[in-house]
Ligand binder design. Structure first.
Ligand SMILES: Nc1ncnc2c1ncn2[C@@H]1O[C@H](COP(=O)(O)OP(=O)(O)O)[C@@H](O)[C@H]1O
Ligand SMILES: [Mg+2]
Length: 354
């Protein structure tokens, strides 16, 4: 399935758009700053109800506006998100009680320049990479995360209260919940990382000829987290913070046996993030039985010719690929639908080449 149409009101520099998309490869061209990334950000937002560039939805409001609406037709499903103070999600016109009930209705995997943070950034960035990757094919995981986070906050607040001399109810309740909700989270993450290993390692080798290793770093003693939490209670009261659990998980990448974060070059890190995203796209296809829409925001222009060739071969597996770039020369064999964004009197105008 593919994204057939897009409707937008007040999202970033777009006041109003109605646009039809085609299956296959869609090239979004235009000068720097014209709104190419904003356009693909809308497609990503329709999938995950969040941006790949900001955690604050207010950044997405057209300057000075108080609401935005985006909607897209994917096969015969319409997904609509409306934001003003709060986000509301409608699937085929019916409002979802919780956002997560509509999460990932449109499967999208985006390759963006910000992906370098998966290698360079904090463990939280890598957990987010896993969490979104998993949530796109397993919605109950989102609920487990939110239940876990609630128990985690409750236990932290208990630790802090005790520190200040106030006694609260039994902490055992929160510890029991922490271990209970941790276990499906850990299981899903281990599975996801194992699948990343299966897919990303050969992809990375084909792009670089280098050997990649990926490992899941547990944020606690997962053979018995409950016991660990009990034992650590006194020390944690000092800190006012729960030290062990999935909120401390991480993934580590090695290239030719060196830690990628500190040793790999820019080009190698880019090839790594491309392999990871490609692996997530394959996992989605495998688990959902449905290909994701692929977004490539600029990164293709960073690769050398040979790697562009390999990447384009990999891309041709997918039903719909959206490529945002300022480079006119990024084309390879076969057909492209070309959309041009131009700035007319300070406002973007999108035209399709015929
Ligand atoms: N909330 C917003 N409201 C209006 N314009 C915005 C908003 N956020 C970003 N912009 C504008 O969008 C433009 C950048 O768009 P972007 O999609 O990043 O460009 P590019 O085509 O280079 O990818 C800038 O001109 C910026 O001022
Ligand atoms: Mg851009």
């Amino acid at each position: 399935m593919y994204l057939k149409s897009l409707y937008v009101k007040n999202f970033r520099n777009f006041r109003a758009i109605e646009l039809d998309f085609e299956p296959g490869r869609n090239l979004i061209l235009g000068d720097n700053g014209v709104g190419k990334t904003n356009l693909v950000e809308i497609v990503y937002f329709l999938s995950t109800f969040g941006s790949f560039r900001t955690y604050d939805d207010r950044d997405l409001l057209h300057f000075g506006e108080s609401f935005f609406v985006v909607s897209g037709e994917y096969g015969d499903v319409e997904v609509k998100v409306r934001y003003s103070d709060e986000k509301e999600v409608f699937i085929n016109g019916v409002k979802k009680r919780r956002l997560r009930d509509g999460f990932g209705t449109i499967p999208v995997i985006a390759f963006t320049s910000g992906d370098l943070d998966i290698v360079n950034g904090s463990p939280a960035r890598r957990r987010r990479f896993m969490d979104i990757g998993i949530s796109l094919y397993r919605r109950p995981y989102i609920e487990m995360l939110s239940l876990y986070n609630r128990a985690w906050r409750q236990r932290n607040s208990w630790l802090n209260q005790v520190k200040t001399g106030r006694e609260l109810g039994a902490v055992e309740v929160w510890e029991e919940q922490l271990s209970r909700y941790a276990s499906p989270i850990i299981k899903a993450r281990v599975e996801h990382v194992n699948k990343l290993i299966d897919y990303a390692i050969p992809l990375f080798y084909s792009l670089t000829g280098q050997e990649l290793k990926i490992s899941y770093k547990e944020g606690g003693d997962y053979s018995n987290l409950g016991e660990q939490l009990r034992k650590m209670r006194d020390r944690e009261i000092e800190r006012g913070y729960t030290l062990y659990g999935p909120h401390r998980d991480d993934i580590v990448f090695w290239v030719d046996n060196h830690p990628a974060k500190t040793v790999a070059s820019f080009g190698t890190k880019r090839a790594l993030t491309v392999s990871l995203r490609m692996a997530q796209a394959r996992i989605l296809t495998e688990v959902r039985g449905e290909e994701p829409i692929i977004i490539l925001d600029e990164i293709i222009g960073e690769l050398d010719k040979e790697r562009i060739g390999s990447l384009s071969k990999l891309m041709s597996e997918y039903e719909q690929v959206l490529i945002a770039t300022a480079r006119e020369d990024i084309r390879w064999g076969g057909n492209f639908n070309v959309y041009r964004i131009e700035n007319k009197n300070g406002a973007p105008v999108i035209k399709k080449d015929n």
